[in-house]
Design a protein around this ligand. Sequence first.
Ligand code: SAM
Length: 275
Amino acid sequence: MTTTTPEELRDEVRRRYAESAVAVSMGSGGCGCGDGWCCTSGEGERADFGEGLYDAEQRAELPDAAALASLGCGNPTAVADLHEGETVLDLGSGGGIDVILSAKRVGPTGTAYGVDMTDEMLALAQQNARDAGVENVHFLKGLIEQIPLPADSVDVVISNCVINLSTDKAAVLAEVARVLRPGGRLGISDIVAENELNTEQRAERGSYVGCIAGALSRGEYEAGLEAAGFEQISVEFTHEVASGMHGAIVKAVKTTDPQGRGLPTVQPATNAGCC
Ligand SMILES: C[S@@+](CC[C@H](N)C(=O)[O-])C[C@H]1O[C@@H](n2cnc3c(N)ncnc32)[C@H](O)[C@@H]1O
């Protein structure tokens, strides 16, 4: 039996999403979350992944390529209550759809950052931002396990179907806690498993690169967020994408009382796997 290392898994994720970005740049749909499904090729569109999760008004704000590049499993901009002048960070920003929409919400006095590890996705996002005419955006190359931003610099962290792809989820949550200001908010979409599904059962339902096998359970998400120093935690299932696996909205607030709550040190954890 061959074992896949976390680095190999991450390379596989990068390859998959690089191919997807190139496909979108050439005018076709990208391969994203959702197994065996390549957005617009073959079997038709799935309503539980991609641009169908954005309303008509939001799609009208976007260049076609940005909407086509949507590979998420929710709409975090509808979840996060963004205000004028805020700084927003999108983890795994892909083709930039949520960064562009956030930039419009926070206005010219605010800033929207996207972090992604895949060069082809960063190039696509930058092109999409130019086409959308938004200037208050910055796309940064980096890992969400080592976010390239200073501590306490962000008001809101969003993400769309990316944390399930991380090979070190505890590190991601520790990094989110580090970059958020005290009282800062997390509002993300992700795939989340019901608690009774073990890791093998999750893997039976879909691949890792297809956003299924690496999903945390609801209990693991809640425990991981609490350990990272979050409060007001909620994990709400929105739509089932496979048996016992759901698109979900995850919300939490970074504690304003790190001493009282015992916030962990900001060193990212090194253990691979989940929290
Ligand atoms: C499923 S796509 C979602 C893209 C975007 N959020 C959306 O909704 O369209 C996953 C994206 O996350 C990026 N990604 C996956 N794992 C990452 C990691 N560990 N660090 C940084 N980026 C990562 C991939 O390059 C890809 O662009």
